[in-house]
Design a protein around this ligand. Structure first.
Ligand code: GLA
Length: 393
């Protein structure tokens, strides 16, 4: 069974687990469950929009999770708390075009593609204390929770990396977001008290300890991401076009010097700015890695601020709420670093804060963000956590 402390229920504001999963099971399913599975959300400390450019990223799996109980069944019967039953999903013939069930069907199709057969139908219940649409990878958490459950139930023997790969296929091929692999790798392969430095070209990663005394803080603007999928895919296409103009397979290989020359030769100005973000962000991730190892808080703060500004000015994925939140955090006591995290277009900022100053930090951010006429934000501490886990009963 999964250790209880993993679920840390009720400590956070906003979305909390409603109660026990086994009670949900009794209300909605028949027989006994055979597998318990869970997968975390993720924050990204730095390295935004670099993963589909074969660049560097620095995420961490977090202590908010999607979890479920499952058994193999002759019919599909999934219930997600608090949304309700998966009414539009009886089998995997079609992939629903919206709602959470599309991710379930997308995973089944991705498993079919990789393992040559659809996985069995499932009965199960799901719950999560991870807010959805906030840029914390709730979709990857759902997908990886399910694929991990199938892996355990069917004894597929998939490695966490392979589970991440299948979830990525589900997202890109069947959900239609042309994302990189950061979220899936962080959710499947995260490690408690560590962040992950990932080279998204080789897919090699290294777990890097979070120095003692640093609190990881999620600053949720509670403003859902608007038009995120189409705007995201547009950024992916702009990066491809930049790489092509520069004669590179990906922006990972481009230098600022080459980019400036292309600009002089008439490169589209928007495409130029997108590429400038990616090239400078990759460099910031490398510097961040060293700064974190050396606990150089000043450098960490500068790099995160530059990252946020580049995402705002060059990549155009920030929002008035995210800018106000980052500013509020930068001016708050105890703040080491803050920036928007995830794809942007709404969602959350992440902050690194001196643990002993967290209460003052929180008070100050609430007061200064409260000066703007935005919805009330949710501010919560998270721990870096282990990746997905699934256990047979
Ligand atoms: C989303 C995508 C990731 C990554 C981030 C931006 O979370 O799923 O692959 O591109 O946006 O860094």
């Amino acid at each position: 069974m999964i250790p209880r402390e993993t679920f840390d229920r009720g400590r956070y504001s906003n979305r909390v687990f409603s109660g026990s999963l086994s009670a949900l099971w009794k209300q909605n399913c028949s027989g006994e469950f055979e597998c318990e599975s869970s997968a975390p959300g993720r924050i990204n400390l730095i390295g935004e929009h670099t993963d589909y450019n074969q660049g560097f990223v620095f995420p961490a799996a977090i202590s908010r999770r999607t979890r479920g109980l499952f058994r193999i069944s002759t019919r599909m019967n999934l219930y997600s708390n608090p949304i309700g039953p998966a009414a539009n999903l009886q089998n995997f013939d079609n992939i629903p075009t919206r709602g959470w069930t599309r991710y379930v069907a997308a995973c089944a199709h991705a498993i079919r593609d990789e393992l040559n057969a659809f996985p069995p139908l499932l009965e199960g219940v799901l719950d999560s204390d991870l807010p959805s649409g906030s840029g914390l990878s709730s979709s990857a958490a759902l997908e990886i929770c399910l694929i991990s459950a199938w892996n355990a139930l069917c004894k597929f023997n998939l490695t966490p990396e392979k589970i991440a790969e299948i979830a990525w296929i589900a997202e890109t091929r069947y959900v239609g977001v042309n994302c990189g692999k950061m979220d899936q790798l962080a959710v499947a392969c995260g490690k408690r008290a560590h962040a992950m430095f990932i080279d998204t070209r080789s897919l090699q990663f290294e777990h890097v300890p979070i120095p003692a005394g640093i609190a990881l803080v999620v600053l949720d603007t509670c403003k859902s991401r608007a038009l995120a999928a189409s705007a995201y895919n547009e950024r992916v296409a702009q990066c491809r076009s930049a790489a092509e103009t520069l004669g590179k397979t990906s922006l990972r290989d481009a230098t600022l010097h080459e980019l400036e020359s292309a600009r002089k030769r008439g490169m589209d100005e928007t495409v130029y700015k997108r590429a400038r973000h990616v090239i400078t962000e990759n460099e910031r991730v490398l510097q961040f890695r060293v700064a974190l190892q050396e606990a150089d808080f000043k450098k960490i703060g500068e790099l995160c601020r530059q990252s946020h500004e580049s995402l705002r000015n060059d990549y155009n994925v920030s929002s008035p709420e995210l800018d106000a939140m980052a500013r509020s955090a930068w001016n708050a006591p105890g703040c080491i670093a803050a920036r928007l995290t995830g794809a942007g277009f709404g969602g959350c900022c992440v902050a690194l804060v001196h643990s002993d100053k967290f209460k003052n930090f929180e008070r100050s951010v609430k007061a200064s963000y409260g000066m703007y006429a935005f919805p009330v934000p949710a501010i919560w501490r998270v721990d870096a956590d282990d990746g997905a886990k699934a256990f047979l009963r």
